[in-house]
Write a protein that binds this ligand. Structure first.
Ligand code: IMP
Length: 440
């Protein structure tokens, strides 16, 4: 029996590490699965009763019939997206009554058409400049922005029509300069929707998260806190400004799920791929661009194809790079990661030698072993690599993969506890976390 009660699961790179599969595995043991940050910029492709379903907001743990899924107040929630996902899951017979399985904090901020409008307008204006972030266009940044500006609208505000309209007006006034009068009018009419319909759907799901989780703790519920995006996209600690607008490290679970007593006691799993991907702009020193090795661009394309490295939310092709252990070690330290889930080694099976970045060389020849805060500085440095012989099978039985795992563990100082070795649901090995650097 697993003695660990609660877990926080984080992406340890730039998102898209294969968290969905680890969540699926861990939710088999969890009673409650809780999202604490981000919004529908996340995306997990899941197979539900033979049908592909992509979830962006509802925790992927929903597929285990015994779980209750909670959307905490650190999340920004697009009501239309949530309703669509609920309908899809109802049609796939995952549940009948949504409120039996899904709870939402009454303090969760909502994403309205104006947020999406601002996101898209800003990004298209910034195209081709350094200000272009490459966002998912889902209105995530502007929703966190209105929250910090104290002009945001929370789920609880949706149920009083006059109060809601007043709040929409106040929010719009802050952003009037972005739009023409006609555009503003259109965004406003899209925002003043059928509140009665929303009320009917959302009201039965509302919870006061703190008392709900406290109650769950008293009942002995096992909780899994499902992070979205990844540590390197964290607003404080990521590759700023090419980051998302929420906090993706483990303390964020205590804030966004409103009950830190439980999250403080949780084990933190950081999910990483055997290689690295990112979408959107931002520094990526180990990107396979043929800058350092002839032919590596082709290898990148092969990895993208075999690993299906296209965004689940936007369909964008992901940028591909060699493993960057300096970035991963930084993520382990800054996010409080206790153990690593190493995914998608199988994508590299049979592809030949594989490189791992273990430091960066500065222009003056000195070696830099920590992740630099300054993106321009980082781009001037040259990654220093160790080369590993390729493996046939991405499991510890293959001595070459075992060698790679050992190296990763020694470098990071935390064990690799989960190994994903194929796309199937059960293609995952769980190792004894205490045996750092040894075969389980
Ligand atoms: P935003 O979160 O839509 O504002 O996008 C900000 C940055 O985070 C962009 O580079 C996005 O590509 C990236 N991003 C946001 N969500 C995800 C995700 O779930 N996986 C990978 N990258 C993401």
């Amino acid at each position: 029996m697993n003695p660990i009660k609660h877990r926080i699961l984080l992406g340890a790179q730039w998102g898209d590490e294969g968290k969905g599969k680890v969540v699926d595995h861990l939710s088999a043991e969890a009673d409650w699965v809780i999202r604490f940050q981000g919004g529908n910029n996340a995306g997990h492709s899941l197979w539900v009763n033979g049908k592909k379903t992509v979830l962006h907001l509802i925790p992927s743990g929903i597929l285990h019939p015994h779980t209750t899924c909670i959307i905490g107040e650190g999340v920004v929630m697009d009501p239309g997206v949530l309703i669509k996902e609920i309908t899809q899951l109802q049609e796939a017979n995952v549940f009948k009554k949504a409120s039996d399985r899904i709870k939402i904090s009454e303090r969760t901020h909502v994403i309205l058409p104006i947020h999406r409008g601002i996101d898209v307008a800003r990004e298209s204006k910034a195209k081709g400049t350094k200000a272009h972030i490459g966002t998912t266009g889902r209105g995530i940044g502007p929703a966190y922005e209105t929250k910090a500006l104290r002009r945001g609208i929370r789920v609880i505000d949706l149920f009083d029509g006059a109060h809601y309209s007043e709040k929409v007006e106040m929010m719009m006034a802050e952003y009037a300069h972005h739009f023409t009068r006609e555009e503003l009018g259109e965004l406003k009419s899209q925002s003043v929707i059928d509140l009665e319909y929303w009320k009917k759907i959302f009201e039965p799901m509302l919870i006061d998260t703190t008392s709900y989780l406290k109650g769950g703790e008293a009942q002995g519920k096992k909780m899994l806190f499902e992070g979205a995006q990844g540590v390197m996209l964290d607003q404080d600690h990521g590759t700023y400004p090419y980051v998302t607008s929420s906090f993706t490290t483990s303390p964020s679970a205590g804030i966004g799920a409103a009950y830190p007593k439980v999250t403080r006691a949780a084990k933190v799993v950081g999910v990483a791929k055997a290689y690295v991907t990112r979408v959107g702009s931002g520094p990526f020193p180990t990107e396979m661009l043929g800058k350092h090795v002839e032919g590596e661009e082709k290898r990148g394309e092969e990895i993208r194809k075999v690993g299906q490295e296209f965004g689940a939310t936007t369909g964008r092709p992901r940028r591909i790079g060699w493993q960057d252990l300096v970035a991963l070690k930084y993520a382990v330290d800054v996010a409080g990661i206790d153990e690593i889930a190493l995914m998608k080694g199988d994508v590299l099976s049979g592809m030949g030698d594989f490189k791992v970045c273990v430091g960066y060389q500065k222009q003056d020849g000195s070696l830099w072993k920590t992740y630099p805060a300054n993106a321009d500085e980082l781009l001037k440095m040259t990654p220093q690599y160790e080369t590993f012989p390729g493996w046939k099978k991405a499991t510890p039985e293959d001595p070459h993969y075992q060698k790679y795992i050992n190296y990763v563990e020694q470098f990071l100082g935390v064990p690799v506890t989960f190994i994903g070795y194929g796309p199937e649901r059960d293609a995952m090995i769980v190792r004894d976390g205490k045996r750092l650097g040894h075969e389980a």
